[in-house]
Design a protein around this ligand. Structure first.
Ligand code: HEC
Length: 137
């Protein structure tokens, strides 16, 4: 009887721990995503041009559109199945970031947002220019 009670207690403790852990990880997923302070100061070394924007558009259509959607609203065909919604690039929150911060997020990713370090640096900077084209006037 005592042994049974003890194992019931152990089970309860374990269940509580698992529940607490689940809460913590759920919290992480929703925590604000901040790039490191240093990365925010980095200036875009790629000059904006029609050519650069054209190249970035192609990269976007291959790599990003499935989640971020054709208008950058975060409503791509693959978005529905994700536990975290892809960012809406037209939002003031995204557009308020510095180029360096956007570049850092593209490079490092988080959760379902993949890291894009395998894309050439200049391509990632071109994508930053491209994301700016979704800014609402
Ligand atoms: C598999 C789906 C998926 C793909 C593909 C994807 N993203 Fe994302 N992206 C996300 C998700 C989800 C988030 C939100 C992540 C979070 O907040 O934790 C995000 C966030 C971002 C952010 C941060 C915006 C902000 O306001 O914080 C940028 C910038 C971004 N993505 C750029 C890109 C670029 C550029 C590509 C293509 C090279 C790309 N993403 C491809 C899912 C994706």
């Amino acid at each position: 009887m005592i042994a049974r009670l003890a194992s019931f207690r152990a089970g309860l403790v374990l269940a509580t721990l698992v529940f607490a852990l689940a809460l913590v990880t759920a919290g992480w997923a929703q925590a604000k995503w901040e790039a490191p302070a240093d990365s925010k100061k980095v200036k875009n070394p790629v000059a904006k041009s029609d050519k650069v924007l054209g190249q970035a558009k192609k990269l976007f259509e291959v790599n990003c559109i499935a989640c971020h959607g054709p208008k950058g609203l975060g409503d791509g065909v693959a978005a529905a199945g994700l536990p975290v919604k892809p960012a809406n690039w037209t939002s003031p929150a995204t557009q308020a970031m510095t180029d360096g911060e956007i570049f850092w997020k593209i490079s490092n990713g988080r959760g379902p947002m993949p890291p894009w370090k395998h894309l050439h640096e200049s391509d990632r900077w071109a994508l930053v220019h491209f994301i700016r084209t979704f800014k609402k006037n």
